[in-house]
Design a protein around this ligand. Structure first.
Ligand code: ASP
Ligand code: MG
Length: 454
């Protein structure tokens, strides 16, 4: 049997109308497995409630919990009104019972958090996962109201992880053992509906897989099931050549390799959770990114080897960057100087976006944050430090090496009178990074995008 894992994100789970769309998409597949996010905004609000409780604002936290419940009740009632069904009363009753139970649990967690005065990592995960616990149950019940054989499956029974709260690592061997229960459900003609994002530690506590973790749940399940495809249904038509909000000619990329898509997840496109592709890649399962509001659009297909015909795949950009240049006090220090520079970055847990080195100086591009002062002080121990703020980073991802000369020539043409503060190229990663004046960043990125993709 050809299994397809379909994941629907927060915007797809927004209201009763989008729930209906989700169920209509599922209907087109013979053996779908459905993974869902929490409804839009819910995860954020749950975490906010946890923080309020820890901050001695229990009343406010409980009110927020109550509003989450009301919003879900609203979606449920609207759905059942627009999709009348003889079993309506039964469905309504079971959903309301579940909501009461989960919001009751939330209130218990919030009260506990208030009492101990801190939101512990374990509590944070227990609270944050409630959104998916609710959305998966309610959607599965609403499926019954449209005569679809959807069945809620508790994610904790399948997604087994370690105890690394907030960013738990899956236990693949255990997941492979537990996955059979989904096959049994499918054999019985039912469609499993599972909450993404969360799982269970060996001691039974709830863990989460990190921000946007539902994609990861979907690919873990798809990998374990040897699925035919893993489909990420979202609100845009795939992974784009650039951010369409700023670059109006940005287009979806029809096909990407796992490698390039992973780079893009790190560097620009926020469409995918960066770990998502690993389980798919290991079993060579195609990952599709599809638009649920335009289901006929092709979207992006991510596979092992993609024939790249363009000179580059995408142009991404990021503002609020700072450029630090550290020059050694003595030029004879050689690589011990470099070692010391990287040690500072490591000790302060700073992720840098681009680096340029000469024997006696290092220039690094990094996000401008509170940590900047802190590390500048540390660098003064090693050398003179020059800080340049208000810069922007433009990354050209997936550069085709054979065209590198042509590519750089074209890019330089676009720079015109923009000051180029730094440029670096990584051959293995096929990324060309350049740092420019922040004010000219979008315009420059636009020029480069035109040159490369028109
Ligand atoms: N609801 C979670 C989040 O907002 C997980 C997800 O949607 O992927 O991060
Ligand atoms: Mg998402």
């Amino acid at each position: 049997m050809d299994l397809h894992v379909l994941k629907f994100g927060g915007t797809s789970m927004n209201d009763h109308k989008t729930w209906k769309k989700v169920l209509e998409i599922i209907k087109k597949y013979e053996y779908p497995i459905v993974v869902v996010s929490a409804t839009a905004k819910t995860t954020r609000q749950l975490i906010e409630a946890g923080k309020l409780a820890a901050d001695n604002k229990l009343e406010k936290a409980l009110v927020l919990g109550e509003s989450i419940k009301l919003r879900h009740l609203g979606i449920l009632h609207n759905f059942l009104r627009e999709n009348p069904h003889p079993k309506r009363a039964l469905i309504e009753e079971s959903c309301e019972k579940k909501l009461d139970e989960k919001i009751g649990l939330l209130h218990k967690f919030l009260t506990y958090t208030h009492k101990v005065g801190e939101l512990t990592p374990a509590m944070k995960d227990a609270i944050a996962s409630i959104g998916e616990q609710i959305s998966s149950y309610l959607l599965a019940q609403c499926g019954l109201a449209t005569d679809q054989l959807t069945q809620f499956v508790e994610a904790k029974k399948i997604i087994k992880t370690d105890k690394n709260y907030g960013n738990a690592h899956p236990n693949l061997a255990l997941i492979n053992q537990k996955i059979g229960s989904l096959e049994t459900i499918l054999d019985g003609g039912f469609t499993p509906v599972i909450g993404g994002f969360y799982g269970e530690a060996p001691d039974g506590t709830t863990t989460t897989l990190g921000f946007e973790g539902s994609d990861y749940s979907a690919s873990l399940i798809g990998g374990a099931l040897h699925a035919k495809s893993i489909e990420i249904w979202t609100d845009v038509s795939g992974v784009y050549t650039s951010d369409p909000r700023f670059i109006k000619d940005a287009k979806p990329i029809p096909e990407l390799s796992y490698f390039d898509a992973t780079e893009m997840a790190y560097f620009g496109s926020k469409v995918l959770h960066p770990s998502t592709l690993k389980p798919a890649q290991e079993r060579n399962i195609p990952v599709l990114v599809k638009n649920m509001f335009a289901p006929d659009d092709l979207g992006t297909k991510i596979i092992r080897e993609s024939k790249q015909t363009q000179k580059a795949l995408a142009v991404s950009f990021k503002e609020d960057m700072a450029l630090l240049t550290i020059s050694a006090y003595e030029t004879v220090m050689g690589y011990s100087f470099l070692t010391r520079v990287f040690k500072v970055l490591d000790e302060h847990r700073i992720a840098v976006d681009a680096v340029n080195t000469t024997e006696a100086s290092v220039t690094i591009a990094l996000s401008d944050s509170e940590k900047l002062n802190e590390i500048t002080k540390a660098f003064i121990e090693i050398g003179t430090v020059e800080v340049q703020k208000n810069t922007g980073l433009i990354s050209i991802i997936g550069c085709r090496i054979s065209d590198a000369d042509q590519l750089t020539a074209q890019i330089f043409e676009c720079i015109g009178d923009t000051n180029l503060e730094m440029i670096s190229f990584t051959k293995e990663k096929r990324i060309l990074n350049m740092v420019v004046d922040e004010k000219l960043m979008v315009e420059t990125a636009n020029q480069i995008h035109k040159k490369l993709f028109d």
